[in-house]
Ligand binder design. Structure first.
Ligand code: SAM
Length: 236
């Protein structure tokens, strides 16, 4: 699962017993060598699907981590690119790799931007927000965009209940709930709370007009439906 440059099991255990912010601070130096970094095929598929909607002026990567989304934003945006994350460790790595972007430390549930961006993206972070936290997250992105701005992110189709993957994700979420019931600080990361329907409804409730396009490069499920879609939430 991890390359030889990735974290050891002991390091992962310590991270898992920390808060989300502290956990990512600890993981940051080795994050690029973990499967938690959004893989290139997902970034490439997102960039390809967004191209017909561009070009854009200013771009924002929400929960940017070490900066995976910058490579999506750079060819699409004509002006400055900004990444926002609450882990200073992750931001330090991002700053080192992408010196041409602006890096802001902030909690995505209280984004400090108003009418500043034409395109916002996010990758690999939706599971860190409880359903009850999504309204604040989406309201902040809505406020950060100019009228007509677009918030886009890839989202996987829910696996069928009969698949091993479905039960593996349920097992992960159950372990996380037990961990959070007995240990403080909590580490919020759930797979089963952010399926497309629920997320789209929350985006619409935040004032976005929501559509989706398939990401065919990510493959198809047995029934022929796309494994991944790009959610497109436009601020009217
Ligand atoms: C799995 S990493 C993904 C990083 C990057 N977007 C990528 O795709 O490689 C999740 C990131 O979300 C950030 N994060 C989680 N909750 C956050 C919050 N409430 N505010 C800001 N950043 C948050 C973490 O610090 C971490 O950098």
């Amino acid at each position: 699962m991890f390359s030889p440059h990735g974290p050891s099991l002991r390091e992962l255990a310590i991270q898992a017993l920390s808060s989300v912010e502290r956990g990512y601070d600890l993981l940051a130096p080795k994050f690029e060598h973990t499967p938690f970094r959004t893989p290139a095929p997902v970034l490439d598929a997102t960039a390809a699907a967004l191209r017909p909607f561009g070009p854009f002026e200013r771009g924002l990567d929400v929960c940017c981590g070490t900066g995976a989304g910058v490579n999506v934003l750079r060819p699409l945006c004509r002006e400055r690119i900004t990444g926002v994350d609450f882990s200073s460790g992750m931001l330090a790595q991002a700053r080192r790799t992408h010196q041409d972007a602006t890096w802001v430390r902030a909690d995505a549930r209280a984004l400090p931007f108003t009418g500043a961006f034409d395109l916002a993206v996010t990758f690999g972070a939706m599971g860190h927000f409880l359903p009850a936290e999504r309204p604040a997250l989406f309201a902040g992105v809505h406020r950060a965009l100019r009228p007509g701005g677009l918030f886009a992110f890839p989202i996987g189709a829910p696996p069928p209940v009969t698949s091993a993957r479905y039960w593996a994700l349920q097992g992960f979420d159950l372990a996380m709930r037990v961990r959070n019931a007995v240990w403080r600080p909590p580490f919020v990361m759930y797979y089963g709370t952010g399926w497309p329907r629920a997320v789209s409804d929350d985006l619409a409730a935040a004032g976005f007009t929501v559509t989706a396009v398939p990401l065919p490069a990510l493959g198809r499920r047995e029934d022929g439906s796309p494994r991944g879609r790009l959610l497109l939430a436009r601020r009217p």
